[in-house]
Design a protein around this ligand. Structure first.
Ligand code: GAL
Length: 400
């Protein structure tokens, strides 16, 4: 009862922000911009200092190798509020003493801190032109960057939300630059794969999905509602506009095919969509992962021919238990495994939420996560934990 009273109070307090969140029954599943743990204490994990002694302001990001450098791209967050400043870049030398020992030495829990990260500033900046998808006041989250050999461009792909519309737009943003240091030019934002059914949907799957209407399932979380979501109720609802795309990652397979993996269908189902060869759009081939499993924050690695996907549940900025899936083909089928996290607070992913699996050298993998501090997102901490593998090749993320 108490819980309901508290929820009602919270609802009225945050009603205006929640309304921006897309409204409707999404509110029950998509946390409001103002999180429940808004009043939590400042982060207890140590800060990650750049060469000027400031905490690295690159969240929900990725680290990629380019020449002699590690490039760490991430969300540049302001100290107050939930909107975006753009995407920031930090650079460290691979040939430095620390870089060499990171690539050649044993995996340590201090990989990030051992490097000297130079702040290169904002490489994709929000703009002042009204109506632009990246107009100041927008949200840019989870940026990932790939080098496109064919076009000789760096392509940045990110979760793009429009100014003043909370998390309702659920689009993918694309930006390019011929230099890794930017400035990246915004290309466009879109929802993936409008008017296209998943590649493995047979006629009967399409027929079933077509018969599902939200209004027939007014109550969320009933077995019937979950079944309807799994069979594609939201997939069908969004068919014309394109699929929702929020938390995301990118992955280039051994054959050069690039995949965008994102939380879709009201965050209830992940989708893996093949990118065009220039990485600036979709080929139309896409698959669903863990339908109605409610996963987000996807990170992926491939080892010995097996794909491993580590995700979180959907509790906004509040940490939850990680989930893990594996498959022999990115197209699926995917099998769920227990969480790979081990050590104190493993059941809450050590207070963090995954963002990227960093592979600094062959065979070495780190699970990177953000310990969100929604009171001051800029100070959100970075976890970088070595991934080891058990005798069967199953990943283990142990924080010591
Ligand atoms: C999380 C998501 C973050 C951010 C946050 C906003 O679930 O992983 O990237 O979107 O919600 O509440």
């Amino acid at each position: 009862m108490k819980h309901y009273l508290l929820s009602a109070l919270l609802f009225f307090t945050v009603a205006s922000l929640s309304a921006q969140d897309g409204g409707g029954n999404r509110r029950q599943r998509r946390p409001s911009l103002r999180p429940r743990n808004y009043l939590q204490r400042p982060p207890s994990d140590p800060a990650t200092a750049d060469t000027e002694g400031n905490h690295v302001n690159a969240h929900g990001g990725c680290i990629i190798a380019y020449g002699d450098e590690w490039l760490w791209y991430g969300e540049a967050r302001p100290a107050r509020g939930f909107t975006s400043e753009g995407v920031g870049l930090y650079v460290a030398r691979r040939s430095s003493e620390q870089g060499k020992s990171l690539e050649q030495g044993p995996q340590t829990q201090h990989a990030l801190d051992s490097l000297e990260w130079e702040n290169k500033g904002i490489v994709l900046a929000v703009v002042d032109s009204a109506g632009s998808p990246i107009e100041r006041g927008c949200i840019i989250e989870r940026p990932k960057v790939l080098w496109n050999e064919r076009t000789q461009q760096f392509v940045m792909i990110f979760h793009s939300e429009l100014k003043g519309r909370g998390y309702e737009a659920a689009q993918t943003g694309f930006a390019t630059s011929s230099s890794p240091y930017g400035p990246f030019q915004f290309h466009h934002a879109q929802r993936p794969n409008a008017n296209i059914w998943p590649a493995d949907f047979k006629k009967k799957d399409v027929r079933k999905a077509q018969s599902l209407k939200e209004s027939d399932f007014p109550k969320s979380w009933t077995p019937e509602w979950i079944e309807a979501v799994a069979r594609g109720m939201y997939l069908k609802r969004d068919l014309e506009a394109g699929q929702m795309s929020r938390d995301m990652t990118l992955f280039v397979d051994d054959d050069g095919t690039a995949w965008h993996i994102y939380s879709s269908e009201e965050n209830m189902t992940l989708q893996a969509a093949e990118l065009t060869p220039d990485y600036l759009g979709y080929t139309g081939r896409y698959y669903r992962i863990a339908a109605a499993g409610q996963n987000e924050a996807p990170c992926i690695l491939k080892r010995d021919g097996r794909y491993w996907l580590i995700c979180s549940g959907c509790t906004g900025w509040t940490p939850n238990e990680a989930r893990m899936f594996s498959a022999e083909h990115i197209e699926g089928p995917w099998t769920q495994h227990p969480s790979p996290m081990r050590g104190e607070n493993a059941e809450k992913t050590f207070g963090g939420q995954g963002t990227w699996i960093w592979q600094p050298s062959p065979g070495k993998y780190f699970f990177m996560a953000d310990v969100w501090n929604p009171r001051n997102l800029l100070t959100s901490r970075h976890l970088c934990i070595p991934i080891t593998f058990d005798a069967d090749g199953t990943p283990i993320v142990e924080r010591k």
